[in-house]
Design a protein around this ligand. Structure first.
Ligand SMILES: Cc1cc2nc3c(=O)[nH]c(=O)nc-3n(C[C@H](O)[C@H](O)[C@H](O)COP(=O)(O)OP(=O)(O)OC[C@H]3O[C@@H](n4cnc5c(N)ncnc54)[C@H](O)[C@@H]3O)c2cc1C
Length: 295
């Protein structure tokens, strides 16, 4: 079997040109944590590997020009995102999610663009990015397009990216004034494992203490992160009830079954972890302390 040719483009345009030339036979490599396993297990046999490591301009973190969002370059690592002070204050749930991925070795190499484009259902950051309505900037031969994370993730290991497109950045909106947010991961096998259930929550309270807004996104229970808009709408205007929301989500979802838990078990974990995530998010609304990142 022939070895793939390896390319090290230095610009996004060059990277796109190589992908375009190979028409689906080339594989992008960012941190390489997933691609190296795919190659090792012969799940993929690309004709070319296109490393993004030398591409300029993909490692920055900063406020967007309008000041309403944080832009994370596609090559920002999980560890960098987890400890970035601006991201931690602007969108704590996103920093939380990057902080709990795998182990320190994985977080040091894995990238913000890689975890989204890998589209593994049992991942942490996609649920948090979906809860905060993040978008990715995808660059292809015809230029750039904006894809909401909701539209990017189509199914198991399936995204809306074309073979000749790369993600150059992820844009994370700032949390609304007064809102609190949290991402909690539950692993059923080991602390370094992928999630059995992950819950991202955003909460905003009205001056009278009632719920002005709640967003809950569940990761690892279906092919793509799950959001139930009817339950979010029903919670508005009432006293915030974390346990009640836990029960409501447990009844509403149809979890998958895998080595990390049966459908029944996942439903019960949804009940518990939705309540905990909403409680944690509410705690941050009222000016509670921000826990430090785990890595
Ligand atoms: C031991 C271990 C434990 C893990 N535990 C967890 C966990 O607990 N939670 C969790 O969420 N994840 C976990 N992961 C998954 C990890 O987060 C992903 O492997 C990682 O995020 C992928 O990022 P990467 O930069 O290494 O991507 P790569 O391996 O380089 O690429 C992954 C995929 O994305 C494509 N790609 C990468 N970057 C781009 C881009 N900019 N544009 C277009 N396509 C691109 C590649 O072609 C490939 O298909 C674990 C992985 C390992 C190895």
């Amino acid at each position: 079997m022939s070895q793939p040719l390896v390319f090290f483009p230095t610009t996004v345009a060059e990277a796109v040109e190589v992908l375009d030339r190979y028409g689906g036979e080339a594989k992008v490599v960012a941190g390489g944590t997933a691609v190296s396993l795919m190659l090792q297990h012969r799940l993929i046999q690309p004709a070319a590997l296109v490393s993004l490591q030398r591409v300029d301009g993909l490692r920055e973190v900063g406020r967007t020009e309008e000041g309403t969002a944080v832009r994370l370059g596609a090559l920002v690592t999980h560890a960098e995102a987890a400890r970035h002070p601006f991201l931690r204050s602007a969108a704590p749930l996103v920093a939380d999610a990057f902080a709990v991925v795998g182990n320190p070795q994985v977080r040091a190499a894995a990238t913000v663009g890689g975890v989204l484009t890998e589209a593994d259902y049992a991942s942490d950051p996609p649920a948090a990015l979906r809860a905060i309505d993040a978008v990715v900037i995808a660059q292809g031969p015809a230029g750039a397009r904006i894809i909401p994370v909701y539209d990017l993730l189509l199914g198991f290991y399936e995204t809306a990216l074309a073979d000749n497109e790369i993600v150059s950045s992820v844009v994370v909106p700032l949390l609304p004034e007064g809102a609190g947010s949290a991402y909690l991961k539950y692993s059923s096998r080991s602390s370094e494992d992928r999630p059995c259930v992950g819950v991202a929550a955003v909460v905003r309270q009205a001056p009278d203490g009632s719920c002005a807004e709640v967003r809950v996104v569940l990761g690892a229970i279906a092919a793509v992160p799950v959001r139930v808009p009817e339950l979010e709408a029903a919670a508005v205007g009432r006293p915030l009830d974390p346990a009640g929301l836990g029960d409501a989500y447990a009844e509403a979802v149809d979890p998958l079954e895998d080595v990390r838990g049966s459908a029944w078990y996942r439903r019960e974990m949804v009940r518990v972890w939705v309540a905990r995530a909403v409680t944690a998010a509410r705690h941050r609304c009222t000016g509670g302390p921000q826990p430090p990142p785990a890595g």
